[in-house]
Ligand binder design. Structure first.
Ligand SMILES: [Zn+2]
Length: 75
């Protein structure tokens, strides 16, 4: 009749409350209920999503009017 089982659950620290998350870019703390993006195993807050995307895809940046290197259209 003992219900002491539940008392020990939080002691192994598995996904318990109080596990704080921080944004990988701005180091801002995220609180329960705050939205964030899990990208490449990192935590990125909403405000930093654009910065992260720009950094992530910097090598994809193109400018209109220059010759592209995709090899198409040059027969
Ligand atoms: Zn952030």
């Amino acid at each position: 009749m003992s219900t002491g089982f539940f008392k020990n659950r939080s002691q192994n620290g598995a996904a318990g409350p109080g596990r704080e998350l921080r944004c990988w870019l701005c180091q801002g703390e995220l609180y329960p209920g705050d939205p964030y993006f899990a990208l490449d195993g990192r935590v990125v807050c909403e405000d930093c999503l654009e910065r992260y995307a720009r950094r992530r895809f910097a090598h994809r940046l193109r400018r209109v009017g220059r010759d592209e290197e995709d090899g198409r259209g040059t027969l």
